[in-house]
Design a protein around this ligand. Structure first.
Ligand SMILES: [Zn+2]
Length: 580
């Protein structure tokens, strides 16, 4: 058995989201986090992606456990899909387990999965690995860094963290445990880079309280706070300040209601009796007695706030005099959606307070000075920046090199699929694997193969051409002109049926298009007569033959590469039937 440790990121390195990493020693493998991601570019109806776990098939019998650092979707969202492939025990905090359970329920996996709930400082043995769960602060509650003792040395995986000495809920980050490991010697620190470009310290979760107090003191009308449903500290602050200013809180939006419910049930949120009210109850109250806590801070069109702004939310719309607080950062890529939503909110007459105008949001991730505190506590031999786009990983490396005295050789920049080998002395990338990602239809939880996404892309950019060909079942001859329908194809593009005899009441095609369609029909006809006997005998061969002929023709004449579908209808020639 080899005495090296392998670290293989499956996602989350060089991108935002999809955090997942394999740690392998001999024939044992741990999976750290199983996150989902959100395709940066429009993926044609696909909202969500996960790492392609097919990569792990080779290690099927080696995977011993899944360890979750915390419950954010980009660390937890892919768990059901991973468990469907490899049903191994999962270790996580109580709150993470609460979120995981509701996810497993959605996938009908409850009861099949062994979910171990652990406390901070718990130590768990899994084969050759010994894992200690170290409490860290983050925008969510009950979050861990992982100290993993291996036969090669100890590695520390920070998860997402910031150094918050005064969190709203729970205890501060456990720096003492990090220092203890630092004294004993740490081989590698795998460390959150999300905010590595930001100088200074990340403010405590408490830092937003004064701004909220001011807003509540000033506002005469209703207050609507949009935040991430997972920002549990923030939710507690809104609940507390509402109580302080004699307002009641109405929670709207599916994920917000779910998270408030889980956090309340597990005792993480402190909600005084009678503070929460239903949407119906708010109708009986005056405007200055109400706060709505809602989803949709990213301008998501299906979430509560956008719908309220667009007047499509049942029973509630934004009105003149409302104050809307966007208590979240803008996730890169969402700028346009948010900007559009803010436009609608202004049209409705609302007053809008964003992060840029007041301190209504703080990050949950370590800025440079937090990174300094973590790195100096752990004093690792190697620093491996993780979590973030390449720009952030690089700046993390620069900071550690320029300000913490690490040499270039001791900071390892890895990418998804890299196999980083550590033997206690050296850290070397020995291989690069193709990992890829799997797209998920998040309404049906189904995997969408990349071919479907490719076809959707082709449809979106190039359009579609459908040819219906009627062939005599006995003779194999075409007994009427083929019908050609084009949609969204440049040069063939009136967007309606191109069967001149169709008479569907729409504008007649332009002459140039008409000629093109007529020529296309000739291409099909000659393709049919030119087909070999063997091709004619096999319908799928014939379709492919005609498709290729038509593709060449359209590409040559228009430059377009539409999705071409050939439909063959085999029947007895009706003209003959009538005659007999
Ligand atoms: Zn997180």
């Amino acid at each position: 058995m080899s005495s090296v440790l392998e670290i293989i990121p499956l996602g989350g390195i060089g991108e935002f989201g999809m955090n997942c990493m394999a740690v392998r020693y001999g024939d044992e493998m741990l999976i750290l986090d199983a996150g989902m991601g959100f395709p940066e570019e429009s993926a044609y109806g696909v909202d969500v992606c996960i790492p392609n776990f097919g990569f792990l098939d080779t290690y099927k019998d080696d995977i011993t456990a899944i360890i979750l650092t915390h419950g954010h979707e980009d660390h937890l969202g892919a768990l059901p899909y991973l468990l469907k492939k490899f049903n191994v025990p999962v270790y996580c905090s109580h709150f993470t387990a609460g979120l995981a359970e509701s996810k497993l329920e959605e996938h009908d996996l409850t009861g099949d999965v062994l979910l171990h709930r652990v406390e901070p400082r718990d130590v768990v043995d899994v084969g050759s690995f010994t894992i200690e769960f170290i409490r860290v602060s983050h925008s969510l509650v009950d979050c861990f860094s992982l100290a993993i003792k291996t036969p090669v040395g100890t590695i520390i995986h920070t998860g997402d963290y910031k150094v918050d000495e005064t969190p709203v809920i729970g205890e501060p980050i456990d720096l003492r445990s990090f220092r203890r490991y630092g004294q004993d010697g740490v081989l590698a620190l795998l460390s959150d880079s999300t905010n590595a470009t930001v100088p200074g310290r990340t403010p405590s979760e408490r830092a937003v309280i004064p701004a909220f107090e001011e807003i509540f003191a000033e506002s005469k009308g209703r207050i609507i706070v949009a935040a991430f449903a997972s920002s549990i500290h923030r939710l507690q602050i809104v609940l507390d300040v509402a109580q302080q200013f004699n307002r009641r809180v109405c929670v709207l939006g599916r994920s917000m209601q779910k998270n408030v419910d889980v956090a309340d049930r597990l005792g993480y949120l402190d909600i005084p009796d009678g503070l929460l009210v239903s949407l119906n109850q708010t109708k009986m109250m005056s405007d200055d007695e109400i706060v709505f806590l809602v989803t949709g801070s990213q301008g998501e069109t299906r979430a509560a706030l956008s719908q309220m702004a667009m007047q499509s939310y049942k029973g509630m719309m934004v009105e003149e005099g409302d104050t809307v607080v966007l208590s979240a950062r803008i996730i890169p890529g969402n700028e346009r959606l948010i900007s559009r939503m803010i436009g609608y909110l202004y049209k409705r007459g609302a007053n809008i307070i964003e992060e840029k105008r007041r301190l209504v949001h703080v990050s949950g991730h370590a800025s440079q000075e937090d990174i300094r505190i973590m790195t100096e506590a752990v004093r690792p031999k190697f620093v491996v920046p993780i979590h973030g786009e390449y720009r952030m990983l690089f700046r993390h490396k620069e900071f550690v090199k320029n300000h913490l005295g690490y040499s270039e050789d001791n900071i390892i920049l890895i990418e998804n699929g890299d196999v980083l080998e550590l033997d206690g002395e050296r850290a070397v990338i020995i291989d690069k694997r193709e990992i890829g990602r799997t797209f998920i239809d998040d309404t049906g939880f189904e995997e969408i193969d990349s071919e479907t996404v490719r076809q959707r892309k082709q449809l979106a950019y190039e359009g579609t051409v459908t040819v219906v060909l009627s062939i005599d079942d006995e003779t194999g001859d075409m007994f009427e002109e083929p019908q050609i329908v084009a949609r969204g194809v440049l040069g063939l593009s009136l967007g309606n049926a191109f069967n001149p005899s169709g008479g569907n009441g729409q504008e007649p095609p332009r002459p140039a298009t008409d000629y093109l369609i007529a020529d296309a029909k000739r291409v099909i006809a000659s393709g049919l007569t030119g087909a070999s006997r063997q091709t004619l005998a096999d319908e799928s061969l014939l379709k492919e033959h005609l498709r290729v002929e038509l593709k060449r023709f359209i590409q040559k004449r228009t430059g377009a590469k539409p999705v071409i579908t050939i439909v063959i209808v085999k029947a007895l020639d009706p003209r003959v039937t009538v005659a007999t």
